[in-house]
Design a binder for this molecule. Sequence first.
Ligand SMILES: Cc1cc2nc3c(=O)[nH]c(=O)nc-3n(C[C@H](O)[C@H](O)[C@H](O)COP(=O)(O)O)c2cc1C
Length: 428
Amino acid sequence: MTSHIAQPVALPCGAVLPNRLAKAAMTEGLADAMNRATERHETLYRRWAEGGAGLLITGNVQVDRLHLERPGNIAIDGNGGLDALCRLAKAGTSAGNHLWMQINHPGRQTPSSVNPRPLAPSAIALAAQEAGCGEPQAMTEAQVEDVIARFVHAASVAQNCGFTGVQIHAAHGYLLSQFLSPLSNDRRDSWGGSLENRARILMEIVRGVRQAVGADFPISVKLNSADFQKGGFSDEESMQVVRWLGDEGIDLLEISGGNYEQMCMIGRTDDQMDRAKPLAESTRRREAYFLDYAARVRPLASMPLMITGGFRSRDAMEEGLRAGELDVVGLARPLCVDADICRKLLTGARDRAPSPEDELSIDRAALGPEVDDKTLRTTESWAQVAWSCMQLLRMGNGEDPDLRMSLLEALVGYDANEKAALAALCRS
Ligand SMILES: Cc1cc2nc3c(=O)[nH]c(=O)nc-3n(C[C@H](O)[C@H](O)[C@H](O)COP(=O)(O)O)c2cc1C
């Protein structure tokens, strides 16, 4: 029987991914106090490169040190560290796989401890208070142009340092996704209003990056299928943006969804916060959260499609690829538990990737009886992300993941790590 996951995929620019399994971006938090790559990145990415994925996408790398998604992010902002980036690129491609840098600006999703007044399309604060983000200020046109130039610069640096492609992060409620959504962008100038205006910054970045890196270097975009919020970036709007990205000649479109207010990227919408409500039958049957959208966007998408979120069984991956619904399967949380899972799926040694999220919950008693269901589920979602982050820190230290770690231990450990990283950042 043909294994679809093991087939190479040729991208429009001419590059070839050796197989169809990709490690999706996961923030590592391993940078030094100057937001430069470290040996711990090399250790982690060498381990993943040996783990069999055809494509590794880095955690989000920031274009501005004043706008970090967390203190331990790598940033490319005149802060040196190019040799360390080259070493990271070498380690992360050591098995002949691809390694792409994900480039980002978090905009209003910058923690207030990093920047109490982050730049954003408009001065509209996040509703999710628990995320601890700053009070956004609306960008001037010159600041918009500056951000475009920063993305283009970061892509050139990635190419010069030996990364084999770049991914522009336009999903999950970060700056480019904030521009796309009418809920966070109420600008009246040429960067807001119509969809064409809201998408302008993304399109200018893609165009600028292509000009800088040339025709044969892979460019990917990670885009939300929708924000899953009333009045937000809609499914139909997303499809139009996909058409435009096709016209720009991008090489791989990764589909995801959600933001800090709706954590659909890890399968949690408000509905799913209520454990009594099961996942929609179609999602359960088909496993991956965004496959229904993929089937609809497929006829419009001229570029290869990567779908990330929820894929765990080899059968579902093979079936999606066989049916032509997608070209690349994105996996994230399983690689925090088993760095070799892609190789095991490819050789048939395993027919399922681990799903730590199904095993990890918080006992209501730990938070107090007065805690309502929504708070409990929100805390659980953040704690699950913290748990995965803690495993990446361990792997960066050359240790194995600790599968016995509880969610509460993860929250405490994560908090201590972030505080230490922030203190180091403030001293630098
Ligand atoms: C610890 C952690 C860190 C993440 N960091 C990023 C990131 O830096 N950039 C990004 O686009 N997505 C990030 N994500 C989302 C993942 O790329 C992916 O979309 C999501 O986890 C769903 O895939 P999965 O079900 O295979 O885990 C992160 C997810 C986790 C769990």
